[in-house]
Design a protein around this ligand. Structure first.
Ligand SMILES: [Zn+2]
Length: 293
């Protein structure tokens, strides 16, 4: 995961330009939920502002950093994800996930809640874009927390006492994901050695299966190989090759490129511990060759 910096005021302005009047309609609906004390409507209106989040996140899934479709087809591939579930919240892991995925954390992860976070159905800082695997299969209506849930607040930034385990990547209201999760080669690992920061990283990695999904491992291995080759070619005597390599490196570590947290970790390691970086490049090469075989 990686942070997508933006001020809430900028986000509101972008949404107002994209869909004039949407913010007022959102406020009206929220007041209806406040009166009903639960989320209650036949269809949501957040897909109307999906494009603002798609552009902000560089057309990447906010959780697994895969690149998704741009243009008019992006609407099909991208889901607007409610970070805190708007309707019911289900305790994570479910019994089947505990058994099938062998999830066995030995600390509290929060209880069921009904209603869920009904005042956050239209809160801008409760949205992000994600792929269908992360959203529909893995995130679903789960939201693990370390402390008691508070479902009747209308601002996500007022909910820090819940000590959420999952990481919200947009703006600066949550910790920077790169300060919590980094990479050893293609594998995500916690940055912190202990405390809630470490548990957040462990839970997030397990929750979205960031360390086992083959498509993620394969794409990261490709990124590392390309980055290794490009970094090795910067300064090449042929000016075109050197310039192309330099541009390729800049693009791969850019926030809007797929798997940029992994790419940045490898980039920094390549400069600080080139021997270990080469080992990771070789592991990536072996990983990809084994797939081809
Ligand atoms: Zn994803």
């Amino acid at each position: 995961m990686i942070r997508y910096p933006i001020l809430e005021s900028q986000l509101r302005r972008q949404i107002d330009e994209l869909r004039p009047g949407w913010l007022d309609r959102a406020d009206e609906r929220t007041e209806g939920f406040r009166a009903a004390r639960r989320y209650d409507e036949s269809s949501g209106a957040w897909s109307e502002i999906k494009e603002a989040y798609m552009r902000l996140q560089g057309f990447k899934c906010g959780f697994c950093e895969r690149r998704l479709e741009k243009s008019q087809y992006g609407n099909i591939e991208h889901d607007v994800e409610h970070f805190r579930p708007k309707a019911k919240v289900k305790a994570w892991p479910s019994d089947s996930d505990r058994a099938d995925r062998k999830i066995d954390f030995d600390f509290p992860l929060g209880d069921n809640a009904d209603p869920g976070y009904y005042l956050l159905a239209y809160e801008l800082e409760n949205y992000l874009i994600s792929c269908k695997t992360c959203n529909s299969r893995l995130k679903a209506n789960f939201f693990p927390v370390a402390e008691a849930r508070t479902v009747d607040r209308d601002r996500s930034r007022d909910l820090n006492d819940e000590k959420a385990y999952l990481i919200y990547p947009i703006g600066a209201r949550d910790s920077d994901p790169e300060k919590l999760i980094t990479f050893r080669g293609i594998l995500p690992i916690p940055v912190a050695t202990r405390g809630h920061s470490r548990l957040r990283a462990e839970v997030t990695i397990r929750f979205f299966e960031l360390d086992t999904r083959e498509v993620l491992l394969e794409e990261r291995a490709e990124t590392i190989l390309q980055l290794h080759v490009a970094m090795s070619a910067v300064g090449h005597p042929d000016p075109l090759t050197s310039q192309a390599a330099s541009t390729a490196v800049d693009r791969m570590v850019a926030r809007h490129s797929p798997h940029s947290n992994c790419a940045r970790a490898f980039h920094d390691l390549w400069l600080s511990d080139n021997v270990l970086a080469r080992e990771f490049a070789e592991e990536s090469l072996n990983y990809l060759e084994a797939i081809v075989a």
